[in-house]
Design a protein around this ligand. Sequence first.
Ligand SMILES: Cc1ncc(COP(=O)(O)O)c(C=O)c1O
Ligand SMILES: Nc1c(O)cccc1C(=O)C[C@H](N)C(=O)O
Length: 409
Amino acid sequence: MIEQAANLDAADPLAKWRGEFLLDDAIAYLDGNSLGALPKATPDRIAEVVRREWGEDLISSWNTAGWINLPQRLGAKIAPLVGAKSDEVIAADSVSVNLFKLISAALKLQSQNGQRRKVVLSEPGNFPTDLYMIEGLESQGLAEQRLADRGDIESALGDDVALLMLTHVHYKSGEMFDMARLTKAAHDAGALVLWDLSHSAGAVPVDLNGAGADFAVGCGYKYLNGGPGAPAFAYVAQRHQSGIEQPLSGWMGHAKPFDFTDEYAPAPGVDRLLCGTPPILSMSAMEVGVDLMASIGIAPLVEKSSGLSEFTRAAMAEHIPELECISPADPAVRGSQLSFRHENAYELCQALIARKVIGDFRAPDVLRVGFAPAYVRYADCARLVSELRDMLDSGEWRKAEYAERGAVT
Ligand SMILES: Cc1ncc(COP(=O)(O)O)c(C=O)c1O
Ligand SMILES: Nc1c(O)cccc1C(=O)C[C@H](N)C(=O)O
C-alpha cells in the first residue's frame, strides 16, 4: 500500500500544486472539506491589501483596487467550477444567510406566479443550518418544512411543494445526489430547486446550468481555500434574476447604492443578493484560493479527488475491516470524502490528530476524512490507514486524554 501510494504520487499530474500551500510535510491533512489549507500567496496578498490598498490608497481603493466589484469578480471566477455563467454567481455573506435569502426568494417567486405553495422539502439529517434556516422562516409563518428520506424525495414532491432544497454532497456520509434527475423531478412537480454545494464546489463535477438548477449556495472556506469564515457564494439562474426578490434588501443590493435614495430598487441580476458592505479582507484572501483552483482546472481536480477517495476506500477495506464505511462504494455517487462508523470514532480521531493525521469526528460515531485534491497526497491516505491499523492493534487510542470532549472539530 505504501509503495503503491508512492507510485501514484510520482505519477500524479497535480503533485506540484501542493507546493502552493503552506502545509507542513509531516501533516497528513484530511480535513480540507471543513477548512481548506492556506495558499502560500495569501499572506502576501492580505498584507498588500492592508498596507497599500487600505493603508496608502485608503477609500479610493473601492475604485482603484476594484473593491466594489470584488463580489462579482469572485463570483465569475467560481462560476466555471460549478457549471454556471459568469454573471450567475456572486460572493456574499455566509452559506446560512444566502440560504435564507434564496429560500425566501423562491417562495416569493412561487407566490408571484399565483402559487400558494409554501412547503420547503428537504431530507432529515441534512446539514443542520440548512434545516434551521427553513425552521426560522417557518416560525415567521413564511414556509412549511417537510422532510423526506432520500428514497422518498421524488414521491414527496406534491403540489404544495414550493422548493426542493438539498445538499448535493452530504456532509456526514459523503453521498452525492443526482442533481439533474432531482432537479427535473422537482420541476415536473412545479417546484423550484436550491442546491447547497458546500461539499461539492472545487472537488466534484457540478453542472448547475446542465441540470437546469434554479438556485445554489456554496462555501468559500472548504475546497475553495478561502480561509476561516470566508464568504460564501450564491447562484441564481439567469432566467430568474430579474424576477426574484430577497428580504435582506440592503443598500449594496440596490440598483444605485450611491444615489442614497429612500426607496429600495433592486440591482439588475445576481447583484441584488448583496446586502451590506463586502468584507474586503476576507474576499481578498478568498480570491487567492479561488484563483488557485481555477488555475488547476476543475476536471483534473475531480479526477484526483476520485482517485484519492477510491485508493483510501480500498485500502481501508483491506487493512481496517472493523471500521464500517458508510460512504457509497461507487465513486460516481460519492463526494470527495469517506466516513467510517466506529463506537470509538471520537477517540480514534483524537489519537490520529496526535499523530498529525488530521480528519474529523461527526457525532455520534463517525470518523470523517476529506480529500482536497489540490494538496492531498496518496501518501497521506496510506498514512491514515497504517496509523489507524497501528493504533487499533496497540490500543493506543484508549488513552484517557483522547476521550476528553469539548474541542471544535
Ligand atoms: C452543507 C453545509 N451547509 C452549510 C454550512 C454552513 O455554512 P456557513 O457557516 O457559511 O453558514 C456547512 C458548513 O459549515 C455545510 O457543510
Ligand atoms: N465552519 C466550521 C467551523 O467554524 C468550525 C468547525 C467546523 C466547521 C465546518 O465547516 C463544518 C463543516 N461544514 C462540516 O461539514 O462538518
